[in-house]
Design a protein around this ligand. Structure first.
Ligand code: FES
Length: 121
C-alpha cells in the first residue's frame, strides 16, 4: 500500500466535508465571529492562536455565543451570563448545564474552514 496515495484519498474525501466560512484575517486573537455552514449557526473563536468552533446558539435559551463576551477560554452568554469553555463546549458557570456542540475547524489557504460535527442535526 502506498501511504501517499492513501493520504491523497483521505484528503479528497474530507474536502467535500470542509466548508470555507471566513477569511483567516476576519478573526483576530481573542475574538468570536458567527458564521453559517449548511444552515448551522456556528461560533468560531480564536484563543491563544488556536481556533475553536461550537454551535452559536446557547443551550439555555435563544442567544448567540457570537454576541457574547469572550474572556480567555470562556464565552459568556449575553442573556443570562452562563459560561462555556470554548475548547470543550462544556458549561463552566450556570445557569447553563448542557454543553455546546463542537465542530472541527482549521486554517488553510488564507481561509477558515469548518467541518460539521457528524452528530449534528
Ligand atoms: S440564554 Fe444563555 S444563559 Fe440563558
Amino acid at each position: 500500500m502506498n501511504p501517499i496515495d492513501s493520504r491523497a484519498n483521505d484528503a479528497h474525501e474530507h474536502d467535500a466535508e470542509w466548508i470555507p466560512v471566513l477569511a483567516e484575517d476576519a478573526l483576530g486573537e481573542g475574538e468570536v465571529v458567527g458564521v453559517e455552514a449548511h444552515g448551522e449557526e456556528i461560533a468560531v473563536y480564536c484563543v491563544q492562536g488556536e481556533l475553536h468552533a461550537t454551535s452559536d446558539l446557547c443551550t439555555h435559551g435563544f442567544a448567540r455565543m457570537s454576541e457574547g463576551f469572550l474572556e480567555g477560554c470562556e464565552i459568556e452568554c449575553p442573556i443570562h451570563q452562563g459560561r462555556f469553555d470554548v475548547r470543550t463546549g462544556e458549561p463552566t458557570c450556570g445557569p447553563v448545564t448542557e454543553p455546546l456542540r463542537r465542530h472541527a475547524v482549521r486554517r488553510e489557504d488564507g481561509r477558515i474552514w469548518i467541518r460539521l460535527d457528524q452528530g449534528a442535526g
